[in-house]
Design a protein around this ligand. Structure first.
Ligand code: HEM
Length: 152
C-alpha cells in the first residue's frame, strides 16, 4: 500500500516502533525538575535575604517543597531503574552517582524539614547556618548531576 494512504497511527508505528519508556529514561527526564526547582529555590532565598521581601521567601519555599518532592521521585526512579549492576567501570560510576544522590537527598530533606518546622522563627545565626547548608546542598546536587551525565 502507498505510504501516504496508510493511517497516521500506522505510519507512526512503522517509523518509530511501539513507544517504550523505561524507568531509567523517566529518571533521565525527571531529574531536570528537582535540579531546576531546588537551584531556583536557593536563588529566591538569596533574593529574600537581600530584598527582605516576603514574596521572595514564599516563592523560594514552595519551589523547595516541590523540588524536594521531585527529588524523591527521581531518586526512586534512578535507584529502581539502574541497569548497571555488574562490576564494570560504568557500574562503579553509577554507584558513585547513587551514593552522591543519597547524600544530596538527605541534605535537602533535612533542609525542608528544618524550614517547615522553623519557618518565620529563624534568628540571624540560624539563617546563616541554613544558608551555609543550602550552599553545601547546591554543590552536592551539582556533583550528583555531573556524575549522572558522565556514567556512560
Ligand atoms: C535524586 C538524586 C539524583 C539525581 C539529581 C540524579 C541526576 C541524574 C542526571 C542529571 C543524570 C544524567 C541524565 C542525562 O544524561 O540525560 C542521571 C542519569 C542516571 N542516573 Fe541519576 N540521579 C539521581 C539518583 C540516582 C540514583 C539513586 C541512581 C541509582 C544508581 C541513579 C542512576 C542513574 C543512571 C543509571 C543514569 C543513566 C546513565 C546513562 O545511562 O547515561 N541516579 N542522573
Amino acid at each position: 500500500m502507498p505510504f501516504l494512504l496508510v493511517s497516521p497511527l500506522h505510519q507512526f508505528l512503522e517509523l518509530f516502533g511501539t513507544p517504550q519508556w523505561s524507568l531509567i529514561e523517566f529518571h533521565q527526564a525527571s531529574t531536570h525538575f528537582p535540579i531546576g526547582l531546588l537551584l531556583a529555590a536557593a536563588l529566591f532565598d538569596f533574593g529574600a535575604i537581600v530584598s527582605r521581601k516576603k514574596v521572595w521567601n514564599d516563592v523560594g519555599f514552595w519551589m523547595q517543597m516541590l523540588g524536594t518532592l521531585a527529588l524523591l521521585v527521581t531518586l526512586a526512579a534512578g535507584y529502581f531503574g539502574n541497569p548497571y549492576t555488574s562490576n564494570s567501570d560504568i557500574s562503579q560510576r553509577a554507584t558513585w552517582h547513587r551514593n552522591f544522590a543519597f547524600a544530596t537527598t538527605a541534605i535537602f530533606l533535612a533542609l525542608a524539614t528544618w524550614r517547615v518546622k522553623r519557618q518565620g522563627k529563624l534568628n540571624r545565626m540560624e539563617t546563616g547556618l541554613y544558608a551555609f547548608v543550602t550552599l553545601v546542598a547546591v554543590a552536592t546536587i551539582s556533583v550528583t548531576g555531573w556524575i549522572g551525565a558522565h556514567i556512560e
